[in-house]
Design a protein. Structure first.
Length: 290
């Protein structure tokens, strides 16, 4: 005897899949590449112009530190903007997927009387818990520190007396912000590979459970995202004066776009299988209207 309404859960799965238009945003990597590269060229041009203008002239130390601080802030904001957008997109996708995993687990629980489903169901629950622990959103405080700390450091460098204390504190704040930025960049760079690997594991258990209850779900189950070396990307970025950064963004965008498309294929197959298994157009119409 079923203790849950599988049709209602199937409707909620359909509603969740339809929400992907708002959460799983496909971004054209080439467009982002052109925009980010243009900004980096502009900022590096400002830095070159700054040093060229100081050659052979008596420039006050306050002005030099202000211009250098402005360059660092602009450069940091450009890098932050790119990775911030990527991080928020990943978090929106993870939130929808977490709900989808819970609904899929609840649906198979309605068929838990089938012995063949118990093992893959248990594996799904374990994998869902692991993903939730590993993919927690980045605290807002860390993101705020990326902007606030370098701005405070720049202001301190503008103190009229320009004491070495102000310079030291400003450099220290820049260092903290830089470390936080590295933390965010590392997470965003590794997210595509780690998330795709975890989802593929969860997906395999879904297919085994589907087969056990006669739910027709087709999937190639091939990994689409390769490993990206964070340390290598950092080295190349600094070796090229930041010009590799747009390519870095382009690769991450491309990875997540491919993951979205592969996951959508499974979701479409899952929806078709649920339609056939529940065989009640009226219940699906209720789901679409909710």
């Amino acid at each position: 005897m079923q203790l849950c309404d599988s049709r209602d859960i199937a409707n909620r799965i359909l509603v969740n899949v339809h929400r992907r238009e708002k959460t799983d945003t496909i971004i054209e990597p080439k467009l982002v590449l052109v925009v980010m590269l243009s900004f980096l060229v502009l900022v590096n041009y400002m830095l070159i112009s700054l040093f060229m203008s100081t050659r052979g002239t008596d420039v006050e130390l306050e002005e030099l530190f202000f211009n250098l601080g402005l360059y660092l802030v602009l450069h940091l904001l450009i890098v932050l903007a790119g990775f911030y957008l990527l991080m928020r997109r990943n978090e929106r996708h993870s939130a929808r997927e977490a709900e989808l995993r819970s609904l899929i687990i609840d649906y198979f629980r309605c068929h838990v009387e089938d012995r063949d489903i118990q093992k893959p169901l248990r594996k799904m629950i374990e994998m869902d818990g692991l993903i939730r622990r590993k993919e927690r959103p980045v605290p807002t405080l860390k993101m705020a520190a990326l902007i606030a700390l370098p701005l405070i450091g720049t202001v301190m460098m503008l103190v009229p007396s320009l004491s070495w204390f102000a310079i030291t504190v400003g450099i220290f704040l820049y260092l903290i912000s830089f470390l936080v930025l590295l933390y965010v960049i590392r997470n965003v760079t590794n997210f595509s590979f780690d998330h795709d690997r975890r989802w593929m594991t969860f997906q395999r258990h879904v297919l085994k459970a589907s087969e056990a209850i006669g739910l027709k779900v087709g999937c190639h189950c091939e990994r689409t995202v390769g490993m990206r070396s964070f340390m290598l990307f950092i080295f190349i970025s600094y070796a090229t004066g930041g010009l590799f950064f747009p390519i870095w963004i382009w690769l991450i965008l491309k990875d997540m776009n491919r993951h979205f498309q592969e996951q959508w294929a499974l979701e479409e197959s899952l929806i078709e299988g649920l339609r056939e298994m529940e065989s009640s157009p009226r219940s699906w119409g209720a789901g679409l209207g909710s």
